[in-house]
Unconditional design. Structure first.
Length: 395
């Protein structure tokens, strides 16, 4: 693959050229960087989230001048000021984030995602500015001076690595940010890339103590394949005793079934139910991610109870009401039936009935049949049990 300027130009929205005129008036030159460039080279499609570095040939970075630029861009769309002097401008479906080139100085002996100070320099050469980035495939740029004048910048051979489907670190400071360990495995999984020998060495040396549950959860979701992502990490962290995960090696054989069960991986509740369903305790998950204890426990108990009815059949409860109602298993069924009803009301987005339909098909009609309402002839303490017994007679 190569950079196709004609194709790239055709993908640029007209709204950007309005912004470009204003940037040029201030003397700034924009360079599109990061994932947008990578994904365009891979797919030929230019996304709607743009990261843009603004350089200037003559002036140093000044906060007041930068604020004036931000104010001037408000007439093009919604403007938001973000950390590290990022100016975000939302124009229609597009989100443009403008930032000055910067260097990052990491604190010694501290390993977390933001363990650095930033120094901004509008005159910084592109080959120096990219040293703070993670992988060479994310360190390419497209400098846009006009509709016809553009320049593809690739001082770290990102295009070569993109063609070779290889992840390679940009600078020596890569090791300082532990979240990059997660990003490396996310990109490898998402893109089907391998690690260069240099990156493999760096990943083994990284100290992962700074990876918080929030960062792990975020990278899981970004991977679009969170179970596969976790499986990959479980296999790769054997040399990192300082790093823990909510699942471990003993859970690996059950992950294939887990992947098919999780309908909504954005919800911890879905994970808890699915984990318990495949016989993985959700205790570590709930503790690791600080999930609400009451809701988590209720869902875990429901999944544990549900699994029991893989071996207990409706025929077990056919017979006279007086004989069935005293059975221990009927007590379990009674509790499970109403627990399901309650959880469906509390968590309407969870596919509990779908799980019953798929994995306990003998029991799904228990929730589809209408329970009898004329139960006045039954003693009040037994009426609810009579309704469940009546449903069982129809299964």
């Amino acid at each position: 693959m190569q950079f196709d300027q004609k194709k790239f130009a055709s993908e640029i929205p007209s709204s950007f050229f309005s912004l470009l005129e204003e940037l040029t008036r201030f003397g700034y030159t924009p360079t599109l960087v990061g994932g947008s460039v990578r994904d365009f080279l891979l797919t030929g499609i230019l996304g709607k989230d743009w990261d843009i570095e603004l350089s200037h040939e003559t002036i140093p970075f000044n906060k007041n001048d930068w604020k004036e630029l931000g104010k001037s861009l408000t007439r093009f769309g919604k403007m938001t000021s973000l950390p590290y002097e990022i100016i975000r401008v939302e124009v229609g479906d597009y989100q443009f984030e403008f930032s000055p080139p910067r260097t990052e100085t990491f604190f010694e002996d501290k390993y977390h995602h933001s363990n650095f100070t930033a120094e901004f320099d509008l005159k910084m050469p592109f080959e120096k500015a990219i040293q703070r980035r993670d992988f060479t495939i994310n360190a390419m740029g497209i400098r846009i001076k006009s509709k016809k004048e553009m320049e593809f910048l690739d001082p770290s051979e990102g295009l070569k690595h993109l063609n070779g489907k290889v992840l390679h670190p940009v600078g020596k400071e890569f090791v300082k940010d532990p979240v990059r360990f997660l990003r490396a495995h996310r990109f490898a999984l998402k893109l089907g890339f391998t690690f260069s020998s240099e990156l493999e060495g760096v990943l083994k040396e990284m100290k992962l103590i700074g990876i918080t549950p929030a960062y792990l959860w975020s990278e899981m979701q970004k991977s679009k394949r969170p179970v596969d992502f976790l499986e990959r990490l479980i296999r790769e962290i054997q040399n990192h005793s300082e790093f823990s995960l909510p699942l471990d090696v003993k859970d690996l054989p059950k992950l294939k079934d887990l992947k098919h069960l999780i309908v909504n991986p954005l919800k911890h509740e879905s994970w808890i139910v699915s984990l318990e369903w495949v016989d993985i305790s959700s205790d570590n998950w709930r503790q690791f991610f600080s999930v609400s204890s009451d809701s988590g426990r209720r869902l875990a108990r429901w999944a544990q109870s549900s699994r029991i009815f893989q071996t207990i059949m409706p025929e077990n409860f056919h017979g006279e009401f007086e004989e069935v109602v005293v059975l221990e298993d009927f007590g379990k069924l009674f509790d499970w039936y109403f627990s399901t009803k309650q959880l469906l009301q509390k968590f309407p987005d969870l596919p509990l009935l779908k799980m019953i339909e798929d994995y306990l098909p003998e029991w799904i009609h228990l929730y589809r049949f209408e329970a009898p309402k004329d139960v006045k002839h039954i003693d009040p303490p037994l009426r609810a049990k009579y309704q469940v017994w009546n449903l069982c007679q129809r299964l």
